[in-house]
Design a protein around this ligand. Structure first.
Ligand code: CAA
Length: 258
C-alpha cells in the first residue's frame, strides 16, 4: 500500500502500522488523509496478513485536529453536501483490533480519531483536548458522543466547554487511555501489546470487539442476546475445537483464525 500521500503503512508479523504523515502541520487531518486512513484500515481489515492495526502519528504530534485551513471557508450547505463524516462512521465497522499510540497533541479531530481506537497507549507527554470551542465551532466527528459515553456527561461538558488540554495522566484516570508510558517506549510498548493480541484466536477477538461495542449502545438485555449469538457462533470455528482440545490434551493451542 505505497500509493498514499498523507499516511505511511507497513505490516510486520501480523501487526499493521498506520502512521499519519503530515508532521509539518502536526498531522492535521485533511479530508484526503481521512480517506486514506479509511482505505488503509478497510484493506488491512480484509488482509490475511494482518491481525491487529496500530495507529500513530509521525513527528511531534498524534494529530492536532481537522485541517483548519481546509475548512475555514466551508458553509453549512457545502458540509452537508460533502457529508465528510460518513467516512468516520466506517471506522466503527473495522472488525480487527485498532490500537492507538498517542504522543504529543491529540486535539479535536485528532482526539476523535484516538477515541475511534479500541485500546489507547499514550506517552507521558500526550495532551488530549477539544479546542473546537475556541474556533467558534464544536466537535463534528463523534467527540461529544464518544467522550460522554466514556467519561460521563458532567466531565465531558467541562472539557468540551473549556477546550482545555487534558494530560495523559488525567486521560488515564478517566479510563480514556489504557497505559501511559515513557515517550521513547511508546511505539515499542504498543507493538508489544499488539503482538500479544496476534497470539490470540482472531475470531474471538473479532466477536468480542463486536459484542463490547454493542454494550456501549444497546440496553443490557439486547446486548446479552447479541453476546450469546456470538458465543454460539464461535462453536462453528476450528479454533474453538483446537482451543478446547489443546486444553484437554494439556498443550498450547495452535489457532488458525478459522
Ligand atoms: N489545521 C491546520 N494546520 C494546523 C493545525 C490544524 N488543526 N494544527 C497545527 N497546524 C499547523 C500550524 O498552522 C503550523 O503551521 P505553520 O508552521 O505553517 O505555521 C504547524 O501546524 C505547527 O503548529 P504551531 O506552530 O501552531 O505549533 P505550536 O506547538 O505552537 O502549537 C497547537 C501547537 C497548540 C496544537 C496549535 O497548532 C493549535 O492550536 N492547533 C490547532 C488545534 C485545533 O484547534 N484543533 C481543532 C481543529 S477543528 C476540528 O478538529 C473539528 C472536528 O471535530 C473534526
Amino acid at each position: 500500500m505505497s500509493e498514499f500521500q498523507y499516511i505511511h503503512t507497513k505490516v510486520e508479523e501480523k501487526v499493521a502500522l498506520i502512521e499519519l504523515n503530515r508532521p509539518n502541520v502536526l498531522n492535521a487531518l485533511n479530508r484526503s488523509m481521512v480517506t486514506e486512513i479509511l482505505t488503509a484500515m478497510e484493506t488491512l481489515d480484509r488482509s490475511d496478513e494482518v491481525s491487529v492495526i496500530v495507529l500513530t502519528g509521525r513527528g511531534r504530534a498524534f494529530a492536532a485536529g481537522a485541517d483548519i485551513d481546509e475548512m475555514a471557508n466551508d458553509t453549512s450547505i457545502s458540509l452537508e453536501l460533502l457529508n465528510q463524516f460518513a467516512e468516520w462512521d466506517r471506522m466503527s465497522l473495522i472488525k480487527k483490533p485498532i490500537i492507538g499510540a498517542v504522543h504529543g497533541f491529540a486535539l479535536g479531530g485528532g482526539f476523535e480519531l484516538a477515541l475511534c481506537c479500541d485500546v489507547l497507549f499514550a506517552s507521558e507527554t500526550a495532551e488530549f483536548g477539544f479546542p473546537e470551542v475556541n474556533l467558534g465551532v464544536m466537535p463534528g466527528a463523534g467527540g461529544t458522543q464518544r467522550l460522554t459515553k466514556l467519561i460521563g456527561k458532567t466531565r465531558a461538558l467541562e472539557w468540551l466547554w473549556t477546550g482545555e488540554r487534558m494530560s495523559a495522566k488525567k486521560a488515564y484516570e478517566y479510563g480514556i487511555v489504557n497505559r501511559v508510558v515513557a515517550p521513547e517506549l511508546l511505539l515499542e510498548e504498543t507493538i508489544k501489546f499488539a503482538k500479544k493480541l496476534v497470539q490470540q484466536p482472531p475470531l474471538s477477538l473479532r466477536l468480542i470487539k463486536e459484542a463490547v461495542h454493542k454494550a456501549v449502545d444497546y440496553p443490557l438485555y439486547e446486548g446479552m442476546q447479541f453476546e450469546r449469538k456470538n458465543f454460539y457462533l464461535l462453536f462453528s470455528s476450528e479454533d474453538q475445537k483446537e482451543g478446547m482440545k489443546a486444553f484437554i490434551e494439556k498443550r498450547k493451542p495452535n489457532f488458525q483464525g478459522k
